[in-house]
Design a protein around this ligand. Structure first.
Ligand SMILES: O=c1ccn([C@@H]2O[C@H](COP(=O)(O)OP(=O)(O)O[C@H]3O[C@H](CO)[C@@H](O)[C@H](O)[C@H]3O)[C@@H](O)[C@H]2O)c(=O)[nH]1
Ligand SMILES: [Mn+2]
Length: 745
């Protein structure tokens, strides 16, 4: 996207935004050429070996290696698209005031999604909401909508309490110009000085917290907590037949900007609680469905032209963020095609070396810069500002919508608590509302994939919209990370299933994507869409060379052969480039090491299981569920996490291939080493030894979890036993193949 920001009515001395290409681009391009030549050489060697293989065994082994290397080469090629034109942007919110008055700021509707008060503690959701309500943005233009897919009175209660606290919190933030506007974060930090005023507001916060947590623990709201009639009416909607998957729409205007003033007399932003209707008979499309309901309800109530979508655990870390967004949105040169501005997902509470690589640096910080130099980053679900009209048709043609009040151009002229508005809002939140409409296919957030974010951004860009990546130094938002390995790989498995749903649809990123957006964009999107196939090379390289080694069969070139250096080059330069990218994006050596280890772990767990699960389920007609990531912290787990100890604990089948790989690699390495020491191991097995050694070093936390630990996070004994049995079986089967091949010779 053309960036140079000297447009939109500002003078050349005060640009609103600029961008610069990253300096490494030229080198990257040269590297692509060199590396491609090396890849072709490798594939040539495989082809030759395939032609000259004499036995079925050697043929199938060469074929497996060829397939693995083809997958690696394909993924490498897709990844290079990000390196063709990465750019870094900068915006100057200070200049904004000179060209725009506050009265002219566009309206901003903030959407926060939550889905389960037990996995997503209401106190955290409330903190997210408060941090966003306290944005440095004219409050009369700001509305915060909370979607509660859990349909929980506990969440509504928490928000009613939060609203009372907001009367004090918002003016407090404004007067003291506080940066941390999530009260939880502010009170936990030691940077603020003591004053009676701070002490007083802290007490208020603590009281609210105790009250809300008490209610959540009890699981119900007893009468003594309901003080006003209006509240009682709201909670009366939770009748006996009410369940989280079957209940009527509940919309509660908790704060109304036209009536509610904070303690300093300033108006408060709208705060609206929405729990859409759910019924067993119609699909609700998870988060995408929730967002579409908010899109409609907000259209009826406020219809702001900008929308921020936010996960419930991602609080605002910088109150000036919307001003950065305006730097782009007010630029008439890029306005017409700009659909969204994506901020990176960044996280708090990572342990020092980020053992699970849950930062996803490449996904959230490095690759978006590459995307940004093309047609814009992918949408990642949270921390993204949309232009409302982008969700209602292509950049040049929007289509007529069923109800005129939903159109992005509609001006709301009635108070949000008026009967007409509320009844229409209830109607558009109904579970059958979308039947026979374009919602989810051509309009709003798109259905059909568990990664609704990836899919929606992708479809918008295919329609001709562009996105933009905004990556300020101070994180705009900070979110929670899962702290157990099981949660991490489960989350990744859900993503992979969602990606498969895109890949095997008519909107395949490689074919449809390249056709609509050009090859580089198609490749970039494919780099993600094809994530799960990484399981093929990772699995093969974790077992095949090792089993061959145990049977003294050499499958790679000898160390003295020139082909060996080809392998060394391919391995070292790919890893080296990845390493440099990581460091240049502010990473550390240990974090990089852990990130590459997690790539292997994912290859053997979630990538593998997602592919299998996807295929098994696609044979039958059934849908995949959205398994919510838990944001609740267990004390013991948190302690282990902060000490950098891997958390297994759950007897999940996803740990089995991983444990098997650890065992088999250890045995073949030790066996190979003894053979080598007694002088029987020829140089033909050298490369297999190197690879096995590398994997053994990577598996070190797994050995600890199997044998050396006694805490609840160790590898469950059941998984260890199953993995040992399967490893032995695999070894026997492999030896049988290798031996019978020997005897045939
Ligand atoms: O039926 C549902 C399921 C989830 N959510 C919300 O979706 C958000 C993301 O859920 P989470 O369990 O935290 O998933 P993550 O894998 O951490 O989220 C990433 O991946 C999701 C796609 O799988 C994107 O929607 C998210 O924005 C992105 O941060 C949360 O706020 C949930 O409350 C709903 O509103 N309704
Ligand atoms: Mn999340």
């Amino acid at each position: 996207m053309e960036g140079g920001g000297l447009k939109g009515g500002c003078t050349a001395h005060a640009p609103l935004h600029t961008f610069e290409p990253l300096r490494r681009t030229a080198l990257n391009r040269v590297f692509v050429v060199v590396y491609s030549c090396a890849l072709f050489a490798l594939l040539y060697r495989h082809a030759q070996m395939l032609l000259y293989s004499t036995t079925l065994l050697s043929f199938s082994m060469t074929l497996s290696l060829l397939i693995s290397d083809l997958v690696l080469a394909f993924m490498w090629a897709c990844g290079q698209a990000f390196r063709m034109r990465p750019i870094r942007r900068k915006e100057f919110p200070e200049s904004l005031k000179r060209i725009m008055k506050e009265e002219d700021f566009p309206g901003l509707d903030v959407f926060i999604c939550t889905a389960d008060p037990h996995k997503e503690p209401p106190m955290n959701v409330v903190n997210t909401a408060l941090s966003l309500m306290a944005y440095d943005y004219p409050t009369e233009k700001l509305s915060v909508y909370v979607s509660d897919d859990g349909g929980s009175a506990l969440t509504l209660f928490a928000f009613m309490e939060a609203a009372k606290f907001a009367f004090h919190w918002l003016p407090f933030c404004r007067e003291h110009n506080i940066m941390d506007r999530s009260p939880q974060v502010y009170f936990a930090s030691n940077y603020h000085s003591w004053s009676p005023e701070i002490e007083k507001i802290k007490m208020m916060y603590e009281n609210m917290k105790v009250k809300v947590e008490h209610i959540v623990d009890k699981g119900e709201i007893s009468d003594e907590y309901i003080t006003e009639d209006q509240q009682r009416q709201a909670f009366n909607k939770w009748t006996n037949g009410f369940t989280r998957i079957h209940h009527p729409t509940i919309i509660q205007v908790i704060l109304d900007k036209s009536n509610d003033k904070d303690v300093s007399g300033h108006c408060l932003p709208n705060l609206i609680y929405v729990s859409r209707q759910k019924c067993n008979s119609s699909p609700h499309h998870f988060k995408a469905g929730a967002l579409n309901v908010l899109l409609r309800v907000s259209a009826v109530m406020t219809n702001a032209s900008i929308i921020l979508t936010q996960d419930c655990d991602m609080y605002s870390n910088d109150p000036q963020t919307p001003l950065r967004v305006l730097c782009y949105l007010s630029d008439s040169a890029i306005q017409s095609k700009l659909a969204y501005i994506q901020f990176p997902q960044r996280f708090h509470g990572l342990n020092k070396n980020d053992i699970y690589a849950s930062e996803y640096k490449r996904l959230f910080q490095v690759n978006p810069m590459g995307f940004d130099g093309l047609k814009g980053p992918n949408y990642v679900g949270s921390g993204c500002f949309f232009c409302r009209r982008a969700l209602f048709g292509g950049p040049s043609a929007s289509f007529p919508i069923e109800v005129p009040e939903l159109s992005p151009n509609h001006v709301v002229d009635k108070p949000i608590k008026s009967q007409e508005i509320l009844s229409l809002a209830h109607q558009v939140a109904g579970c059958n509302y979308e039947n026979q409409t374009k919602w989810g296919s051509k309009c709003g957030f798109r259905y059909g994939s568990l990664v609704e974010d990836f899919y929606t951004g992708y479809r918008l860009q295919c329609e001709g919209w562009k996105g933009l990546f905004c990556h300020p130094e101070r994180a705009a938002f900070l979110g929670d990370v899962p702290i157990t390995l099981f949660d991490i790989i489960n989350q990744c498995k859900r993503w992979c299933i969602g990606l498969c749903e895109v890949t095997f649809s008519k909107y395949n990123t490689l074919i449809f994507g390249s056709h609509s957006m050009g090859l580089l964009m198609g490749l970039s999107y494919s780099h993600y869409a094809f994530w799960p196939i990484w399981c093929v090379p990772v699995t093969l390289y974790s077992f095949l060379p090792q089993l061959a080694l145990l049977n003294k069969v050499s499958i790679f070139p000898k160390i003295s052969e020139p082909w060996f250096f080809l392998y060394v080059f391919l391995f070292l330069s790919a890893y080296g480039q990845d390493f440099l990218d990581f460091l240049l994006a502010g990473g550390t050596v240990q974090r990089w090491w852990n990130a590459q280890r997690m790539w292997m772990i994912r290859g053997l767990s979630c990538f593998l299981f997602a592919s299998v699960e996807y295929f098994l389920k696609s044979l039958r007609i059934s849908t995949h569920g959205f398994s919510l990531t838990s944001k609740v912290l267990d004390d013991e787990q948190s302690k282990r996490y902060s000490r950098g100890i891997f958390e297994f604990g759950v007897p999940s089948p996803m740990f089995v291939p991983l444990t098997m790989a650890a065992i088999i690699n250890l045995f073949s390495f030790v066996w190979g080493l003894t053979e080598f020491l007694v002088g029987r191991n020829g140089e033909g097995l050298g490369m297999q030894m190197l690879l096995t050694g590398f994997i053994v070093v990577n598996c070190q936390p797994i050995y600890g979890a199997i044998a050396l630990r006694n805490d609840n996070g160790k590898m469950p004994t059941k998984i260890t036993v199953i993995s040992i049995c399967l490893s032995v079986a695999l070894y026997i089967a492999a030896s049988f193949c290798f031996r019978s091949n020997d005897s045939k010779k």
